[in-house]
Write a protein that binds this ligand. Structure first.
Ligand SMILES: [Zn+2]
Length: 342
């Protein structure tokens, strides 16, 4: 049974919070937000903002659900992991279970310079749920170039960090980190991660997102804020103004958006290599028949998985592949050529 919108009091406790109120709620329902990455931080961000009633959510993620995700990636369950569902699809399904009044657009894709406009264009705010600096610099370049606000958020071990980037106003990511910072480049696999710090960072970032979307700009934090929940330490670095001579927001030199040479990348410390989109639409049924004699193969409408010791290959319908069992891009490329085509 569909309850008419006017009788649905789902946002009543939020609109009672006077800084949001009915007017703020209307603004939220008209807002469009893109989430880049829907792993741990991304799951929590999507969940908070979808429940808050942000009207339009675009969820961009290149990966699929695995059992090792379930400790902290709150939008997924065991069935998603068993099916190896793409995270964007699983997240959209989960959101529709608790808020059917908003629009969710899942995008199973890796953000690249070539598709940045398609995946990030036309939104009011971009939220960072990624696990790598390469993608964050790309988001930063796109956001600064197009004057779209975005919120950086990262977590590793017991440590989390977040910063609002308001192009033309505050420091951008490249102002604060001209180069990828040392110390955060460890991956979740090498350092582990506490689910509590994920939720902390996501909560801080989601609150800033709400302030931004309801127009409470004066209250937005203008610092880089970090927390170590295990050591009970936190710190803040001023980020209210752009750094003199910043490559991105000062010189407007968007090197990461111009980047063409990223045909292969290594994923978050998982002993795996991603082969980027080849614009080679795959027919999973045919592919499955062809690969059957060569190893184990299984597919649904979203992914095809192929196991041949010691490798595990996951293929997406657009031809993208994630090859587990190696960090050698040449090996991955040759496996792709052998089993999928060159
Ligand atoms: Zn800058």
């Amino acid at each position: 049974m569909v309850i008419p919108l006017e009788l649905d009091d789902r946002y009543s406790r939020q609109t009672l919070f006077r800084q949001i109120g009915p007017e703020g709620q209307k603004r939220l329902s008209a807002a469009r937000v893109a989430f880049v990455g829907c792993g741990a931080t991304g799951s929590s961000l999507v969940s908070l903002l979808a429940r808050s009633g942000v009207g339009s959510l675009r969820i961009v993620d290149r990966d699929y659900v695995e059992f090792s995700n379930l400790q902290r990636q709150s939008l997924f369950d065991e069935a998603d992991a068993r099916e190896s569902l793409p995270k964007a699809i699983a997240a959209a399904r989960q959101v529709s279970q608790f808020n059917s009044q908003i629009v969710v657009e899942p995008q199973v894709a890796d953000l690249t310079p070539a598709n940045a406009d398609k995946l990030l264009g036309g939104v009011d705010l971009i939220l960072d749920g990624t696990d790598n600096f390469e993608t964050r610099y790309l988001i930063n370049d796109y956001a600064v170039q197009n004057s779209i606000a975005w919120i950086y958020a990262a977590a590793i071990g017991g440590y989390g960090v977040t910063m609002n980037i308001l192009p033309g106003e505050t420091a951008c990511l490249a102002c604060v980190f001209p180069d990828p910072p040392q110390g955060i480049v460890e991956t979740c696999e090498s350092e582990g991660i506490l689910n509590s710090v994920v939720n902390l960072v996501a909560s801080l970032a989601a609150t800033e997102a709400l302030k931004f979307l309801v127009g409470a700009h004066a209250g937005l934090r203008r610092t880089l804020l970090s927390w170590d929940v295990w050591r009970n330490e936190h710190g803040e670095i001023g980020a209210a103004t752009p750094a003199a001579g910043c490559r991105a927001c000062g010189a407007r030199n968007f090197v990461h958006l111009a980047g063409e040479g990223r045909p292969h990348i290594t994923l978050c410390g998982r002993n795996s290599v991603q082969i980027h989109e080849r614009h080679r639409p795959l027919n999973f049924t045919e592919m499955s028949t062809r690969l059957q004699p060569l190893g184990s193969v299984r597919h649904n409408e979203f992914v095809l998985k192929f196991w041949r010791d010691p490798y595990e290959m996951t293929l997406f319908p657009d031809g993208r592949a994630i090859i587990k069992g190696t960090t050698d891009t040449a090996v991955a490329r040759s496996l792709y050529a052998r089993y999928v085509g060159s």
